[in-house]
Design a protein around this ligand. Structure first.
Ligand SMILES: [Zn+2]
Ligand SMILES: [Zn+2]
Length: 349
């Protein structure tokens, strides 16, 4: 028998989550909104901003300086950001504790332990992700910005920059969220991309850290649809930065093992219930609920699963997860690399 939770309570919790995240964003990013966008606190966005600046200044450095900068950028910076900008922040502990409390209180899978095998495995991805992100996203965004500044500057659309601030923010948020929706849709539609994206879907015990298990090549698809509109439409940097940070924390929350559809908010937002359906093993749920923050695109394009009360099992066939046992740290540390390799060269449907 599931505990009965009123919709009002769910709504209050959702608002609490939104407020907590907004507070975190403002605390970390308030200065950016006031014009200082020089110290972003997000691994992927730091790479974006760093490379935007870099693309605009031609390199006049010696080989030794280049080596030093590369080592700092790819090794030291991700390490620093992991601790300083993720682990030692209020949003991290706020959203993690909220997710774990709700997992305990209203679990989608009742018999699952909080620190399950899946949770322990995805924590490893959490520690690898900033480094993978710095390598892949940093390099790719540098290439994109360079290509734009050299070959396509005439395609830049300045219409957005002429609009009032509130409209710029609203359009920026919608464009970026739509970018997320489109890349997710494509990841499911193109067989090779699905093979990579299925790594994210292969977790049978969805949890807070499942949002870190992505094939690094999937970042390329994502940033094509998030960074390119950002560059060409001149979306304000603080808008996209705040948007991506909010999306990151919110999606970590809705990957939790939580039994809620957030009441009426489900018609606007992605929820733990709707994203569980997205990860479902059931055929009827496949290719549904692609949203990142808003569910409006799924409603608009007819991909929303209208059953808001089902909490199916999750996972994909064919993935052999290893390193799940409590003491098997060695295999757990190795398993992300073998999973990434098999997704590239293994045989999956
Ligand atoms: Zn997916
Ligand atoms: Zn997911």
């Amino acid at each position: 028998m599931q505990p009965k939770i009123s919709k009002d309570l769910m709504l209050a919790l959702a608002i609490f989550l939104l407020a907590l995240t907004a507070w975190g964003i403002w605390g970390s990013w308030g200065k950016s909104f006031l014009g200082d966008a020089s110290a972003p606190h997000n691994p992927s966005l730091t790479a974006v901003v760093g490379n935007l600046e870099q693309a605009q200044t031609p390199p006049t450095e010696t080989r030794a300086q280049w080596i030093k900068r590369t080592v700092v950028r790819f090794f030291y910076n991700p390490f620093e950001r992991l601790f300083k900008n993720i682990i030692f922040t209020i949003p991290f502990w706020g959203v993690l504790v909220l997710t774990l409390v709700l997992e305990r209180w209203i679990p989608a899978e009742k018999d699952r332990k909080i620190f399950s095998a899946g949770f322990r495995q995805d924590i490893v991805w959490f520690f690898y992700e900033p480094f993978l992100n710095a390598f892949v996203v940093g390099t790719y965004v540098a290439v994109l910005t360079k290509l734009h500044s050299v070959y396509f500057p005439q395609w830049t659309c300045y219409g957005l920059t002429q609009m009032p601030v509130w409209l710029r923010i609203a359009v920026g948020i919608l464009v970026v969220d739509l970018g997320y929706w489109i890349q997710h849709r494509i990841n499911h539609a193109v067989p090779f991309l699905w093979k990579l994206h299925a790594l994210h879907h292969s977790q049978t015990e969805l949890n807070f850290f499942s949002d870190f298990r992505y094939h690094p090549l999937e970042y390329l698809v994502r940033h094509t649809f998030v960074t390119v509109p950002f560059i060409f439409l001149r979306i304000d940097l603080p808008v996209i930065v705040a948007m991506v940070i909010f999306k990151d924390w919110y999606s970590r929350f809705y990957h939790g093992n939580i039994r809620t559809n957030l009441g009426p908010l489900r018609f606007v937002l992605v929820t733990p219930q709707s994203h569980r359906v997205h990860h479902s093993v059931e055929r009827e749920h496949h290719d549904r609920n692609f949203g990142a923050i808003f569910s409006i695109w799924d409603h608009l394009f007819g991909t929303q699963c209208k059953n808001y009360h089902t909490y199916p099992a999750t996972g994909v066939p064919g993935e052999k997860l290893v390193g799940l046992e409590l003491g098997d740290v060695k295999n757990r540390l190795k398993s992300p690399w073998s999973q990434m390799w098999r997704r590239l060269f293994g045989h999956y449907k």
